[in-house]
Write a protein that binds this ligand. Structure first.
Ligand SMILES: O=P(O)(O)OC[C@H]1O[C@H](O[C@H]2O[C@H](CO)[C@@H](O)[C@H](O)[C@H]2O)[C@H](O)[C@@H](O)[C@@H]1O
Length: 274
C-alpha cells in the first residue's frame, strides 16, 4: 500500500529515531540519487558533478564494511558510473539497469523497447532543432528532453513536439513523464527506482536499515520502498512527499553522509552508547 505524502521533517528532528534504528541494525544500506542530491543542478547536464564534500565523504563511507552504498539515478548507468566513483552498486535509467558486482541486469521489456527510444531520439533531434537550447539526451533505455535553457515562451512548443513525436514513434510502448525542467521518455511499464531499491533491500540481511536520499519525483517510489523500515530523505523544500525527512541542498546531503560515516557507522557497529 502506498504511504500518503506528508510534509517531511527537518533531518535534525529525525536523528534520534535514526540513531535508535542503527543501534538495532546489523548493516546500513545507503541509496543515493545523483542529480540534485550528490551533484547540484546545473544548466548543462554534461557539467553535473558531485560537490567536493560529497566526494570526500563517499570515499570514506564506501570503505566501511558495515555500509553498502548504491547510486540510483535517472541517468544511463555508464554515464552516472563515470561521474561518481566508489559505490558498490549502480542503478541507471531509473532502475531499469542494475549493476551488482560483475553482473548488470537490464529490464527485459526495456531492452526490447530500446530501438523505439532510439527512433524517438532521432526524430526529436530533427523536430526540436529549431528550438533554441532544447536538448535530447539518449540514454538507450530511456531518453530525456531538456528545456532548462530554452526561453520561457518556447517551452510549450518543446512539450507539444515531444508528445507528438513520442506518440508517433513510440506508440503505446513508450510514455512521457516529467522531472526538473525535463521530459522523460521511457517504456510504459510499472517499474521504477523503488523496484530497484526493493531488489537491493531483498539482497541484504533482515537487520539492514535502508536509507534513500533523493530530490525529484522519480525518487518518491524509492522513498516508499525504504519507509518505514528505513528512512527516506528528500532534498529540497517541505512539499509533501513519501520521505519522512528532508535536507535543503547537496551541501546538507554531504553533512548527513558525514554523520552516517561517523555516528551512524559507530552505532551499527557498537549498538547503544552506555
Ligand atoms: O535520478 P537523477 O540522478 O536525479 O537523474 C534525473 C535526471 O538528471 C539529469 O537532469 C537533471 O540534472 C541536470 C544537471 O544538473 C539539469 O540540467 C536538468 O535540468 C535536471 O533535470 C539528467 O540529465 C537526466 O538524464 C536524469 O534523468
Amino acid at each position: 500500500m502506498q504511504q500518503q505524502r506528508t510534509k517531511p521533517n527537518p533531518i535534525d528532528e529525525l536523528r534520534p529515531r535514526i540513531r535508535t534504528r542503527l543501534e538495532e541494525a546489523t548493516e546500513l544500506l545507503l541509496c543515493l540519487d545523483f542529480d540534485g542530491t550528490l551533484a547540484p543542478i546545473v544548466d548543462d547536464p554534461d557539467e553535473a558533478a558531485p560537490t567536493r564534500a560529497v566526494s570526500n565523504v563517499l570515499e570514506k563511507i564506501t570503505d566501511e564494511p558495515d555500509v553498502t552504498t548504491a547510486i540510483v539515478s535517472g541517468r544511463g548507468l555508464a554515464d552516472v558510473r563515470e561521474r561518481v566513483d566508489g559505490p558498490r552498486i549502480y542503478a541507471g535509467n531509473h532502475g531499469l539497469e542494475l549493476e551488482r558486482g560483475d553482473s548488470v541486469a537490464v529490464h527485459p521489456i526495456a531492452r526490447k523497447r530500446a530501438a523505439r527510444v532510439d527512433a524517438v531520439c532521432e526524430a526529436l533531434e530533427i523536430a526540436l532543432d529549431p528550438v533554441p537550447n532544447a536538448r535530447v539526451e539518449n540514454k538507450r533505455l530511456t531518453a530525456t528532453v531538456h528545456y532548462r535553457s530554452v526561453p520561457e515562451p518556447a517551452r510549450p512548443q518543446v512539450e507539444r513536439l515531444t508528445r507528438e513525436t513520442v506518440s508517433r514513434f513510440g506508440g503505446e510502448g513508450l510514455e512521457l513523464s516529467t522531472g526538473k525542467a525535463i521530459l522523460e521518455i521511457g517504456p510504459s511499464i510499472d517499474w521504477g527506482k523503488g523496484n530497484a531499491v526493493g531488489m537491493l533491500v531483498a539482497d541484504r540481511s533482515d537487520g539492514t536499515v535502508p536509507i534513500y536520499i533523493g530530490d525529484d519525483v522519480t525518487d518518491e517510489s524509492a522513498f516508499r520502498t525504504v519507509e518505514p523500515r528505513g528512512v527516506g530523505v528528500r532534498v529540497g523544500d517541505d512539499a509533501p512527499t513519501a520521505a519522512s525527512g528532508r535536507v535543503r541542498s547537496p551541501e546538507q546531503v554531504a553533512s548527513l553522509l558525514e554523520w552516517f560515516a561517523t555516528t551512524g557507522v559507530e552505532r551499527v557497529r557498537n549498538g547503544p552508547v552506555p
